[in-house]
Design a protein around this ligand. Structure first.
Ligand code: MGP
Length: 332
């Protein structure tokens, strides 16, 4: 496979380091089952200066976001602060030159394709929720390993770019794109999931946070009715300055809410959570996400899912909880 696995125990966490010798050598297993009647949902239409055939070519006009942001083909076109990202463009999307589109936040926060592929393999399941899809790097990878992907973002622009990029990869119809925030979606999903649990779930989602929605929107889509097997969290870290202080990163800095709150909401939907966090994250902050501290070998003695495994990639850490943790697959 061209990858090395290193394991050490740090602060009670099982810590894995996978170094990718050849980023593009990590081939994913493409799911062969087709989804029936795919739904693509978007609350606002794509605003474009014209509806002519763009980067996606004929037949894909409905997904084409050409013109929404610049498509850079040469470094001379790229603003100075994005140059370092443009230089790595084919690491983000190996098919970038065919017409992938990224906005500014996308340039500095998209998950590199090889890492997205690695995460998607680990998260292989029926229905996955990508709670902060951005320009679609992870959602595209999930569409290859999961039967159904629900992708959320609060930016209509980024959602349109994600759908464009998914269409370029021939995967747009496998992903349901929804313009909403994670908390609102979760509240709506839980309201539909169990009528008897409505009171409980609504109150659990309207606690402390300032961004809570008192009257969650109901999504007409069937996404609210599907059982979610895995939640993937890759929230904004507070901009590219997350490393600049030269110190460790506190998970209280994630946006729009601290990681502990995002994790709490995710665990109301499923115990299987993957969380993409900065490589300089304070490891104790990761352990503190769990209701009880993990033991040295990463497992609690009572057989509950109180373990986390941290996979260290070059750019970031991916933390796996519940049935995504090696040895706890039975919890899936
Ligand atoms: P980076 O450190 O800003 O860039 O981001 P670079 O050039 O790889 O590293 P440097 O050491 O040369 O500065 C590294 C990776 O972190 C990106 O490719 C993204 O996958 C991820 N990332 C960065 N930011 C700022 C975010 C963010 O806000 N949210 C998420 N989810 N991922 C981010």
């Amino acid at each position: 496979m061209g990858k090395k696995l290193r394991q050490t125990n740090v602060s009670g966490l099982s810590r894995f380091l996978q170094v990718l010798d050849q980023p593009n050598s990590l081939s994913s297993n493409v799911a062969t089952t087709n989804c029936s009647t795919p739904t693509v949902e978007q609350s606002q239409p794509i605003h474009k200066s014209d509806a002519k055939t763009g980067l996606l070519g004929p037949g894909n006009e409905a997904y084409d976001a050409t013109g929404l942001v610049p498509f850079y083909t040469d470094a001379s076109q790229v603003p100075a602060h994005l140059q370092k990202y443009f230089a790595q463009r084919t690491r983000y999307f190996s098919r970038y030159d065919e017409g992938c589109l990224l906005d500014e936040e996308g340039w500095y926060s998209v998950t590199p394709e090889a890492i997205a592929t690695q995460i998607a393999e680990r998260c292989r399941c029926d229905v996955i929720l990508d709670a902060f899809c951005g320009v679609g790097g992870n959602a595209i990878a999930f569409a290859r390993t999961c039967e159904r992907v629900i992708a959320l973002d609060t930016s209509p622009t980024r959602l349109a770019l994600a759908r464009h990029n998914a269409a370029l990869h021939g995967l747009a119809t496998r992903i349901e794109f929804i313009l909403t925030d994670f908390r609102t979606f979760a509240a709506s999903h839980m309201l539909h999931a169990s009528s008897t649990a409505t009171t409980t779930t609504t109150s659990s989602l309207s606690s402390s946070s300032s961004s809570s929605s008192s009257s969650p929107k109901t999504h007409s889509s069937s996404s609210t009715m599907r059982k979610i097997d895995v939640v993937f969290l890759s929230p904004p870290w507070g901009g590219p300055e997350y490393l600049s202080a030269g110190t460790e990163y506190s998970l209280a800095r994630t946006q729009p809410e601290p990681a502990s709150e995002l994790f709490r909401i995710a665990r109301l939907l499923t115990s299987n959570v993957a969380f993409y966090v900065p490589r300089n994250t304070i490891l104790e902050d990761i352990a503190a996400l769990l209701p009880a501290p993990a033991t040295v070998d990463g497992k609690l003695g009572d057989g509950t899912d109180g373990a986390v495994q941290v996979q260290e990639q070059v750019e970031a850490l991916t933390c796996y909880f519940g049935g995504l943790t090696q040895g706890q697959e039975h919890l899936f």
